[in-house]
Write a protein that binds this ligand. Structure first.
Ligand code: 13P
Length: 268
């Protein structure tokens, strides 16, 4: 649909519930030593550690000028209040968090996060000038029944309906098919492109063509250093949301390098 244009790739590492703050320190040091200025000349990188690691990672990233943005995996949709166990977007913003994953399928599946709560959380994150990474994706059953596009449409409609185009333009949407997460069975580059293109077309319908052209769409699900180059060569794949393979600095840096526009094969 759209040429890659000025969309800057974004490679994000979602650590999920891995790495305590000591392990986080080691992983970030390793990442800092391996990353070269040219790795991030044309690519944005974010890391999303567990909440208990955020302060440690923030201090290290700032103190040692590691060229990655701080990310969170989730947050509440309120700024404060009697919500035991929750973390607010305001708290994240004060820590210098730039990207917040919203509506990851694991939150939707295991913690009952509804489409309505996803929409409210998106708005809360935007209110604090952070960038949401909105996750959408179909189950294995939905895919087998040919209902992938129906599922993506309903998730996008619910999430974006109250946002204006200028907010949507700055958004990141991560297409993460549930059957590909943690299974070692990534989508093929062609299937990832089809779904990411569908997401962009749907966003054009909901929020306008300008927003759809500017917005970045990531693919996530069993990304590794071997499949990253093919995925990133696709015109509507603007980045990768990486789980397991982001836990190890060496592998994550390889994925970042595979995402440089110069490394792409036929983008644009
Ligand atoms: P894996 O890369 O481990 O499949 O996880 C993907 C994911 O859910 C990232 O948010």
């Amino acid at each position: 649909m759209t040429p890659a244009g000025p969309r800057r790739p974004l490679v994000s590492g979602n650590w999920k519930m891995h790495h305590d703050h000591i392990e986080a320190l080691h992983t970030m040091r390793d990442l800092g030593l391996r990353m070269k200025p040219e790795d991030v000349a044309q690519v944005d990188v974010s890391v999303h550690p567990p909440f208990t690691d955020l302060r440690t990672v923030q201090t290290l990233v700032e103190g040692e000028s590691i060229p990655v943005a701080l990310g969170a995996q989730h947050c509440n949709d309120h700024d404060r209040g009697a919500f035991t166990g929750e973390v607010s977007p305001q708290m994240l913003a004060r820590l210098g968090v730039r990207y917040v994953i919203v509506g990851h399928s694991e939150r939707r599946q295991h913690f009952g996060m509804s489409d309505e709560l996803v929409a409210a959380t998106l708005r809360a994150v935007l209110q604090h000038d952070m960038t949401p990474i909105l996750c959408v994706g179909e189950t294995e059953e939905e895919r087998a029944a040919g209902r992938t596009e129906t599922r993506l449409s309903s998730q996008l409609e619910a999430a974006l309906q109250e946002l204006d185009g200028s907010h949507v333009a700055g958004l990141v949407v991560a297409y993460e098919p549930i059957w590909a997460i943690g299974t070692g069975r990534a989508a093929t580059a062609v299937d990832a492109e089809d779904a990411c293109l569908f997401v962009r077309e749907k966003v054009a319908e909901l929020s306008g063509a300008d927003a759809a052209t500017s917005m970045r769409v990531q693919y996530g699900g069993s990304v590794n250093p071997e499949n990253a180059p093919d995925l990133m060569a696709e015109p509507d794949v603007d980045g990768l949301l990486v789980g397991g393979a982001s836990l190890d600095a060496a592998g994550f840096v390889e994925i970042i390098r595979a995402s440089r526009p110069a490394a792409g094969r036929r983008k644009g």
